[in-house]
Design a protein around this ligand. Structure first.
Ligand code: AMP
Length: 280
């Protein structure tokens, strides 16, 4: 497994790979969610590359960039067990040298939900992902449904900028009690960790109502909201039932289904989760 940090070394290594390449972009502090993407990439490609980069431009000024968990040594140990060809772990200066001023903005689908709560977040994501796509020229890139809006933004980015690759979305990996795996779960103390199960519980309640025939989006959003309200340590940021492609809020869940998503603070930790209703 080659571990590289510069664009120059990455390009040289990329040129030596023949056969298809699957790319798994991450911010590191890897868990089973990330590793499920690596496994999928391994199954579908001749070669697998993983990038590990805590991208500063997708963090707001009051967010957790400086304390975001990092453990490159452990990440490399984990990846060694997955037959990964190439790991790229650049410095911020390598990606954003002095004078950097070119940004990629995916407009409409970046605006609501996470984009509204985290202004500039998706501009940072789209810019770094475009740079990764240029540097790796992968045949396929793997993203988790955990970050559902990110997938919508990146699919749009790939289409609009003609990146000749396939975007593959992988299912959310959860703890046995339903909590979606996230590098940020490490911020939770024992009490908060217990309280955080309310996210998936709230989504499951609405999912059950949908399965029983409920199609009124206000009713589904309200069910999620009232389930969240029962947990004193949880503070809702948003609950959304939106069109899975445009991310516009729905009145009624139609044949296109709905992306039911939420962002919640548990203590100081911001958590997100989602479920797709009526997945096509
Ligand atoms: P991150 O390191 O948080 O930027 O995540 C890197 C990739 O892993 C993104 O495509 C995430 O959506 C994906 N990912 C993170 N957590 C999970 C999870 N619990 N299940 C599936 N994919 C995940």
């Amino acid at each position: 497994m080659l571990t590289l940090t510069s664009f120059a070394d990455l390009r040289a290594a990329r040129r030596s790979l023949t056969g298809s390449l699957g790319l798994v972009p991450t911010m590191g502090y890897l868990h089973r969610g990330h590793l499920s993407l690596v496994e999928r990439a391994r199954a579908e490609n001749a070669h697998v590359a993983v990038s590990i980069f805590v991208n500063p431009t997708q963090f707001g000024p009051n967010e957790d960039l400086s304390r975001y968990p990092r453990d490159l040594t452990h990440d490399l140990e984990l990846l060694a067990g997955y037959h990964v060809d190439l790991v790229w772990a650049p410095t911020p200066e390598e990606l954003y040298p002095a004078g950097f001023q070119t940004w990629v903005s995916v407009e409409q689908v970046s605006a609501p939900l996470e984009g509204k709560q985290r202004p500039g977040h998706f501009r940072g994501v789209a810019t770094v992902v475009a740079k990764l796509f240029n540097a790796f020229t992968p045949d396929r890139a793997y993203f988790g449904q955990k970050d559902a809006q990110q997938v919508v933004v990146i699919r749009r980015l790939a289409r609009d900028l003609n990146f000749p690759l396939e975007i593959v979305t992988c299912p959310i990996v959860r703890e046995p009690d339903g909590l979606a795996l996230s590098s940020r779960n490490v911020y939770l103390n024992a009490e908060e960790r217990q309280a955080a199960t309310v996210l998936s519980r709230a989504l499951r309640a609405a999912e059950a109502a949908f399965a029983a025939g409920e199609r009124d989006a206000d009713v589904l959003r309200a069910m999620v909201g009232s389930a969240l309200a029962q947990e004193p340590l949880a503070r809702e940021e948003y609950v959304s039932a939106a069109d899975p492609e445009t991310l516009a809020e729905l009145e009624t869940v139609g044949p296109g289904g709905a992306l039911l998503s939420l962002a919640v603070r548990v203590g100081k930790t911001r958590l997100i989760d989602n479920v797709v209703l009526g997945a096509p």
